[in-house]
Design a binder for this molecule. Structure first.
Ligand code: DQA
Length: 150
């Protein structure tokens, strides 16, 4: 039997503080809660998921590079690096994998510096403003993208 498709879910800086970090903006769930929900949804979809978080840009770049041969798609909440990181954009592009960008908050309703995303240039789609549900919607979309090879 062929192995299940594998999706890397990456989380950028300060997302390890979810639950205590500005709950009015980011909700009261912890990152561990979101990981548990993602694992459950992935299992329903027949996907394997690896869920990771780092506060370090270079570490995220290294994980993205490795994903090129280890995973079939990447879901990423780059957090603040969304708005600053050409390095993350370049790494995502080189993988040639389908990428979905997720944000808990609606970045377009917030400060102007959050309106631009370097990462979006590598993303097939972007989901923002729907809280942790956005991660589950991204998994649904990724399952289709991988299955249909679109
Ligand atoms: C975020 C939005 C970013 O602007 C911010 O820097 C974050 C979280 C979100 O999920 O809403 O850290 O990516």
């Amino acid at each position: 039997m062929p192995a299940e498709p594998s999706v890397l879910i990456l989380n950028g800086p300060n997302l390890n503080m979810l639950g205590v970090r500005e709950p009015d903006v980011y909700g009261s769930e912890t990152l561990a809660d979101i990981e548990a929900a993602c694992l459950e949804r992935a299992s329903d979809l027949g996907l394997t998921v690896e869920f990771k978080q780092s506060n370090l840009e270079g570490e995220l770049v290294t994980w993205i590079q490795a994903a090129r041969v280890e995973h079939d798609g990447i879901i990423i909440n780059p957090a603040a690096y969304t708005h600053t990181s050409v390095a993350l954009l370049d790494a995502l592009v080189l993988t040639q994998l389908p990428v979905i960008e997720v944000h808990l908050s609606n970045v377009h309703r917030r400060e102007a510096f959050r309106h631009h995303s370097y990462v979006s240039q590598a993303a097939k789609g972007v989901i923002c403003g729907l809280g942790s549900h956005g991660y589950l919607l991204a998994l649904d979309a990724m399952a289709r993208i991988i299955e249909d090879d679109v």
